[in-house]
Write a protein that binds this ligand. Structure first.
Ligand SMILES: C[S@@+](CC[C@H](N)C(=O)[O-])C[C@H]1O[C@@H](n2cnc3c(N)ncnc32)[C@H](O)[C@@H]1O
Length: 278
């Protein structure tokens, strides 16, 4: 299993490994309209299309199309991280250098290599931006160039396409109703700490869009929470009637660790909802 090109809060590597691997291997291509780090897409047989509303996420995927990208990353790493004793310092210097360039020209082929290095070393491997740029503190992580090389190999070999946009912009004409799967992994409404912007209205519109996919004959799997910290997700409950629902047992340690007030996840029921038997 490939962990995805970069670490990402809410990535589905554990769910993929325990619940989705078998199913996904039966489809030619897997499309992720909420790609994040795209664990399911990168592990699919023949790649697919990804979409994300976050430009930084899209930039990190598309950097892999630059032929000598791993070399660029390695050169920059060697330039900034010369002193093994001063890695923390090097991280903050690189962050400063990245943010200067990011403010001048946004994400570009000049600074994406830095962002890969930063996200590999950031606290809890977080990818987070504020008005002044990337703002995650040092996380004392190891540098792993092989992960970037492997990501690029998969990206190019499988012809993965990632574009910036809303999930509804997924180009259905490029998707085969029988052989392809649409894996839908939105921000969860109940996990308000995770993706601030997602609202109940977003959920309503997403369920309408998924119902349309279903009517048109596309195969889908939706990841979501039926209950979160004891609160039932009535909308999802209603939506999933007549569909297949599988309960997955997971706890989000990394997420819990980041939110000081939350010691432990409890009362959470995470599910996979699909229009075929898993
Ligand atoms: C739970 S994460 C996906 C994680 C992914 N499955 C993985 O393995 O890493 C949800 C993603 O949806 C994106 N997103 C939020 N609103 C969106 C929208 N309206 N359209 C497309 N993507 C959106 C977020 O930026 C985030 O990357």
């Amino acid at each position: 299993m490939f962990k995805g090109p970069f670490s990402f809060s809410g990535n589905k590597s554990r769910i993929y490994k325990l619940y989705l691997q078998n199913t996904i291997s039966k489809f030619s291509r897997v499309h992720e309209p909420f790609i994040g780090s795209g664990v399911c897409l990168y592990n699919s047989v023949g790649g697919g299309i990804g979409l994300d509303i976050d430009q930084n996420v899209v930039g990190l995927h598309n950097a892999l199309s630059i032929q000598d990208f791993p070399k660029m990353v390695l050169d920059k790493y060697n330039r900034f991280f010369r002193d093994p004793e001063g890695r923390k310092n090097s991280y903050y210097k690189l962050r400063e250098d990245f943010n200067k360039s990011w403010k001048e020209e946004g994400l570009s082929s000049n600074n994406l290599d830095s962002l890969y290095i930063l996200v590999q070393h950031s606290f809890n491997s977080l990818l987070r931006f504020g008005p002044n740029g990337f703002n995650v503190p040092w996380g004392d992580k190891k540098f792993d160039i092989s992960r970037i090389k492997e990501a690029q190999r998969i990206f190019l070999q499988k012809g993965i396409e990632v574009t910036h946009g809303d999930f509804r912009e997924l180009d259905l004409d490029k998707i085969d109703r029988q052989r392809d799967l649409i894996y839908i992994d939105p921000p969860y409404i109940a996990s308000k700490y995770q993706y601030g912007g997602w609202t109940q209205q977003n959920d309503i519109e997403m369920f309408e869009w998924i119902s349309l996919l279903d009517e048109l004959g596309y195969k889908f799997i939706l990841s979501n929470t039926l209950k979160h910290r004891g609160v039932k997700n009535e909308l999802l409950h209603h939506f999933s009637e007549g569909l297949h629902t599988k309960v997955v047992k997971m706890t989000y340690n990394a997420w819990s660790a980041r939110v000081k007030a939350v010691e432990k996840e409890y009362g959470t029921i995470e599910v996979l909802v699909s229009n075929f038997e898993l």
